[in-house]
Design a protein around this ligand. Sequence first.
Ligand code: ARG
Length: 493
Amino acid sequence: MYPCGSLQTDSQLPIESAQPLNPRKQQVLRPGRHRQPMTASRNTTSKRRRVLLTVLTVIVVLGILVTAGYFIKQLIDSKYFFCKRSFKFIPLDKACDGTSDCTDGEDEVTCVSSFIANSTFPVRLVTQSNVLQVYNQGAGWRSVCSDDWTEKHTVTTCKQLGYTNEPLSRRLSVQALVSSMRTGPFTAVRSGTQSTPIQTATIDRKDCKNGHVISLICSDCGQVGSQDRIVGGVDAVIEDWPWQVSLQQSGGHTCGGSLVSPRWVVSAAHCFTGSKKEVSRWRVVSGKTYMGTLGGSYVDRIVLNGKYGNNDYDIAMIRLSSPVNIGDTRRPVCLPPKDLGLTAGVGLVVTGWGYLEEKGRVSSSLQKAGIPLISSDKCSSPSVYGSAITPRMLCAGFLEGKVDACQGDSGGPLVYMSPSGSWQLVGVVSWGVGCAREGRPGVYSNVDMLLNWIHTVMEVMRDRAPNKTNTKTIKPHDWHDISQNKDGWGGRF
Ligand code: ARG
């Protein structure tokens, strides 16, 4: 039998002839980036898009939640006090009202305190030339001769006045003093004594052996780098008024204030009445031209003048938990010497973020206004404020109106540029009828009359820990503290 023909044929062909004569190199297809099938690439892109969208949504939702949370916290904070240990909220005006509403009295721990400085603070600087005087019971005020005075005495005395910063002393000829002071009485340190306080180291003198008295500059204050509404004011920059601070509660500007040292702020007592007595809620924002809420200093004491009431003695001292860093935007103003001797018409400057008009809103940028001092006779005349004006007040502004401090400026500074070139805190924004009205000028706390109280507070509290047991802690021999005063708002602010 023959095999099948086709098979036969095939088997007869040489192997080589079955292949092309000039074979092309076969291209090997390798999987590569550009060789993926179209359908797979589309899938990955949309997956990525989905992930991105989810991430974005999560971020936006989180952002909204955080912002909402912040505002809700602010809202709650502005109305309630949170008792941490007993985990409950109480209305804000129940905090620091004298009765404990949290189980362990947490709401009565850090509260404003009131003080009356009952006696004379025994050290003071007087007149434009800052002459040092000490007070001895019976002997009264005496200027201190430069005889036997040393650098140690300068440091001791400035410390007594509440300052620790680079104190300076100089000798002044008795003949150069104002006439009423040329004939004494005088006193001098006993040679070799270093004892503190300074009034106990002195001995009375008929006159100064070397014809000179001591003048002190206790703090690096009132100097500004560059010098080139308040209602009717103009924009100002903080570098020119670096002592100006904003006192804030729950993130809201409430009052102004002035740094008088890296740790102490002077403000008005009426800023701390009603539901504003809880110390830990306050922040002091310094160094800002545009009022913001961030980066404020914490406060560890707020001391109101114990005689505050009916707008009288409207002054408070606030101690910061830690001192601010002094620089171009933060610098203390000088507390004036006693009897600076300002006369009516002298030019003063008031600054603040208060209302730009009587029924307006606070200003976002700092304002300043130049206003003259009004004599107390004029201000107490029946056509102006009559008997509402006390010796603890001074008036400044224009009887024709137009330029004035206003709501939100309270507690802020009224300053005077001394001939020696440093700004002095002569007033604290206190009250007025309306703002910038005709015949209704601004009324300020008269710092000159409150210097004794200010120095006493700074001296007594200088090294004391934060107020933990309210008014009970401070009982120095020669002055009183009383519990929070009962006066509410005086009515006219
Ligand atoms: N009592 C106001 C305040 O709380 C300040 C009032 C000043 N008024 C004036 N007309 N100067 O901010």
